[in-house]
Design a protein around this ligand. Structure first.
Ligand SMILES: [Zn+2]
Length: 339
C-alpha cells in the first residue's frame, strides 16, 4: 500500500474518522510492504503484510474456496495476461461507465477476487481500491502491481470496510453479492462510500428460471458447499472432464445450445478463447458454482428498492443489474425556495 492511502482509511472497529497511524517496517519506494496501522482512538492494530493492509477477522475462513480459486486461476480472467477482452467488455457493459469518464476517477471494487475488473479499471486510467475478505487479495495484488500504485489492495470484509465515507467517484460490486451471507446488508452498506455525484453499479445472480432448471447443480451444491476445497476441486474436475466436450459441442449449434443451461457444469465457450482456455475457465466457473458457502439469488426490483432506500437517486435495474447515483444536486437546486 502507498502511504497516501492512509488519507482514505478509517478504523473499522470504532468507526472513528481520526487517521490511522502507520508504522512502517519495510518499504519499497513509497510502497509499504510490512508494517501496521494503529487506531489512536480504540487502540486496535491491523497488520500490513506483503503490501496489503489486513482488516479481516476469522470470517475469512468461510471463504477459503475463494482464496484457493483465485490463487490457482489468477490469470485466466485477466485480459492483459490472457490475451482477450472479455473482462473489459463485461466491466464496461455492467458498469455503463465511459472509458473517458473513468480516467483519474477513484473507484472502490467491493469483492475484487483475483482483480479481474480492478485490472481493467486501472488499465483504463482509474485509481482503484480493491477489497476482498479472502486470500484472493494476494492474487489481486500480484496481478495489479503492474499499474504503478493505481490499485490498492485491502483485505477486509464488505461489512467492515476500513474506508472513509464519501470518498469514491464510483463503487462497483460484481459477482459478489450472491456469495455473501446477508445480501441486503451487502447492498445497503456500499452507497455511503460514494461522494456526491458518485455512481454505483451492482451485478448479482438473478432469482430467475436458472434456479429452477439447474436441478443437478443445486442438488450437488447441497453437499458440496460443506466439502473441503480439495474434494470440491475433485468433484468439479470430474464433472468438467465428463461434460466439457458435450457443452463445447452444444455451444456451437444455435438451436440446441440452450440445453447447456441444464448441465451441471458452467460451460464457457466464447470463440475468442482457445479450447484450453475455455476448459480452464469452465473448470474455474464450475468450482465457483460448487465451492461457495453461500449462493443467494436476488430479484433486481428488490435490489433497486434497497438501493433507493439508502437515498441514492436515478436507480435503474435490469435482471442481474442495478445502477444508481448519489445526489449530484447543487444546493441551489435541492433546497426548497424560501417562503
Ligand atoms: Zn478504532
Amino acid at each position: 500500500m502507498y502511504r497516501h492511502i492512509v488519507d482514505i482509511l478509517a478504523c473499522p472497529g470504532c468507526g472513528n474518522d481520526q487517521a490511522l497511524d502507520l508504522d512502517v517496517t519495510e518499504e519499497a519506494d513509497d510502497d509499504v510492504i510490512t508494517g501496521s496501522l494503529n487506531c489512536p482512538s480504540c487502540k486496535a492494530t491491523f497488520p500490513v503484510t506483503n503490501g496489503i493492509p489486513r482488516f479481516a477477522g476469522v470470517d475469512a475462513d468461510d471463504f477459503d474456496n475463494f482464496d484457493f480459486q483465485w490463487n490457482k486461476w489468477s490469470a485466466i480472467q485477466i485480459d492483459r495476461l490472457s490475451g482477450h477482452t472479455l473482462s473489459e467488455d463485461r466491466f464496461l457493459a455492467d458498469s455503463r461507465w465511459d472509458r473517458e469518464w473513468l480516467k483519474g476517477k477513484w473507484i472502490l471494487d467491493a469483492g475484487c477476487g483475483a482483480g479481474r475488473f480492478a485490472d481493467v479499471a486501472a488499465s483504463l486510467g482509474a485509481n482503484v481500491v480493491a477489497c476482498d475478505l479472502s486470500g484472493a487479495i494476494d492474487a489481486c495484488r500480484r496481478t495489479t502491481i503492474d499499474h504503478d500504485g493505481r490499485v490498492t489492495c485491502i483485505q477486509a470484509s464488505i461489512y467492515d470496510l476500513p474506508l472513509r465515507a464519501g470518498v469514491f467517484d464510483a463503487v462497483y460490486c460484481f459477482g459478489v453479492i450472491q456469495h455473501t451471507p446477508d445480501p441486503a446488508r451487502t447492498i445497503t452498506t456500499l452507497p455511503r462510500f460514494l461522494k456526491d455525484g458518485g455512481s454505483l453499479a451492482l451485478n448479482f445472480y438473478e432469482r430467475d428460471w436458472r434456479a429452477r432448471v439447474q436441478l443437478v447443480k443445486y442438488a450437488l451444491r447441497a453437499i458440496t458447499r460443506r466439502l473441503s476445497t480439495r474434494r470440491n476441486l475433485a468433484v468439479s474436475r470430474a464433472l468438467v472432464a465428463g461434460l466439457f466436450p458435450l457443452t463445447s459441442f452444444l455451444s456451437r449449434i444455435r438451436v440446441i445450445r440452450q440445453i447447456n443451461h441444464f448441465m451441471p457444469i458452467a460451460g464457457y465457450h466464447p470463440p475468442s478463447l482457445t479450447r484450453e482456455q475455455q476448459r480452464t475457465w469452465t473448470l474455474l466457473d464450475t468450482f465457483d458454482w460448487y465451492g461457495p458457502k453461500y449462493e443467494i439469488r436476488q430479484n433486481h426490483r428488490e435490489v433497486a428498492d434497497l438501493v433507493a432506500n439508502t437515498g441514492l437517486t436515478g436507480v435503474e435495474s435490469r435482471p442481474g443489474l442495478v445502477w444508481a447515483q448519489k445526489g449530484g444536486h447543487t444546493p441551489e437546486k435541492s433546497e426548497p425556495a424560501a417562503p
